[in-house]
Design a protein around this ligand. Structure first.
Ligand code: GTQ
Length: 369
């Protein structure tokens, strides 16, 4: 492809004194000449402002822990260290229009209930006592478990362990909701919800994979299954690895699915867990949409737009839209697992999704020194 702007079909007007005076006149009327910005606002392909960024857990964890003593849960609302893309601080985005942060709750602590237009998901990094109540349903979650808080559902969180803090990662579509001028927020009228039914009831009803409850009236646009525990997830990847080679770009990868539709867990965000076998190195590809990865297990490296990130458990890194990326498990004996979430459902439902594989250099990117 030729991405030259100095050609017929693109804007190529040269500045003159007469035009400059004309542009000033238009500016005075809150207007402007499209041809001065056309190539910028309609680029040939995605040019995200977000840059590939790596947040090492070993460096963040001490600062996340420090917040336990610095602010109370009640005053903070949620005690979270948000991760900002250096180019998207103003939007509180980690990449594209996705937000992420590390939330910490001390032993015995609980947070107040609220709901908002933004959808949320959680990936637990440490601690045994994490719980959340989503629209009355209490979920108990442990390390490497994935849970969802669909948009406008009441939710509150806590840590019922007495031996240590819970740290989990929050993922939300806050910047997307704000970009669309669509945010709403409510504090629960009773401040706390009442638990209805048994703990993890959605898991008991919908957690059996291919078995669906007959006569189920579920009609909402998100998954009825609210928690996806680590053990069956990991087991599913190990079993699939026995039968398939997986993807050359992702290793063995599974999407956390809405068991009713087979689609993404929520309409704006999807999540995956992928297994990189010992010594496995994938080829590079790119997609329209932003991704945030969390290292669930093992250590290795990823190259994102020519930048290499060395990662280990708990690290978070992002892949901006249309950026080439590839992953490698550094270990010759242990597998590695990457959790990730993305805004692909938005791209798909709007007809924006594209995917391309890298063909130069045997499918691997040149890495900047
Ligand atoms: O749990 O609802 O990290 O609303 C940021 C905003 C978590 C939440 C965050 C939120 C939440």
């Amino acid at each position: 492809m030729d991405f030259d702007d100095d050609r017929l079909g693109r804007a190529r007007v040269r500045d003159t004194a007469e035009l400059d005076a004309y542009y000033d006149e238009l500016a005075g009327l809150d207007a402007g000449a499209l041809w001065t910005v056309a190539n910028k606002i309609e680029p040939w392909y995605p040019r995200p402002e977000s840059v590939p960024t790596h947040w090492p857990y070993a460096k963040l964890r001490p600062l996340v822990t420090k917040a336990l003593d610095l602010v109370s849960g009640d005053d903070a609302g949620r005690r979270v260290v948000a991760l900002y893309n250096p180019e998207r601080r103003d939007l509180a985005a980690a990449v594209g229009l996705l937000y992420t942060g590390l939330q910490i709750m001390g032993p015995g602590e609980s947070m107040t209930a609220h709901r908002h237009q933004a959808a949320a998901l959680r990936f637990v990094l440490e601690g045994t006592g994490a719980w959340t109540i989503v629209d009355g349903q209490k979920l108990s979650v442990g390390p490497r478990d994935f849970a969802i808080t669909p948009n406008w559902t009441w939710h509150e969180h806590g840590n019922e362990a007495d031996d240590g803090p819970v740290i989990w990662q929050d993922g939300l579509d806050i910047p997307l909701v704000n970009a669309l001028d669509a945010p709403f927020y409510e504090v629960h009228p009773d401040i706390y919800q009442k638990q209805e039914g048994v703990v993890n009831s959605s898991l008991l009803v919908y957690g059996a994979g291919q078995l669906r409850p007959v006569g189920d009236p579920w009609h909402k646009n998100h998954s009825p299954l609210l928690a996806y525990p680590w053990e069956p997830t990991y087991e599913a990847l190990l079993k699939a690895a026995k039968a398939t080679d997986g993807s050359p770009y992702d290793g063995v990868i599974m999407e956390y699915a809405n068991p009713v539709t087979g689609g993404s867990v929520m309409p704006t965000m999807s999540a995956h867990m992928q297994l990189l076998r010992a010594g496995e190195a994938t080829l590079a590809h790119r997609q329209v949409g932003s991704k945030i990865y969390t290292v669930a297990k093992g250590s290795g490296s990823s190259v994102v737009a020519g930048k290499r990130f060395q990662w280990t458990e708990g690290d978070i890194f992002c892949v901006p839209s249309w950026a080439w990326h590839e992953h490698a498990n550094a270990s010759r004996s242990e597998d590695a697992c990457l959790f990730s979430f993305n805004d692909f459902p938005v791209m798909r439902s709007l007809g924006f999704f594209r995917e391309e594989c890298y063909t130069d250099n045997d499918g691997h990117q040149e890495v900047a020194a």
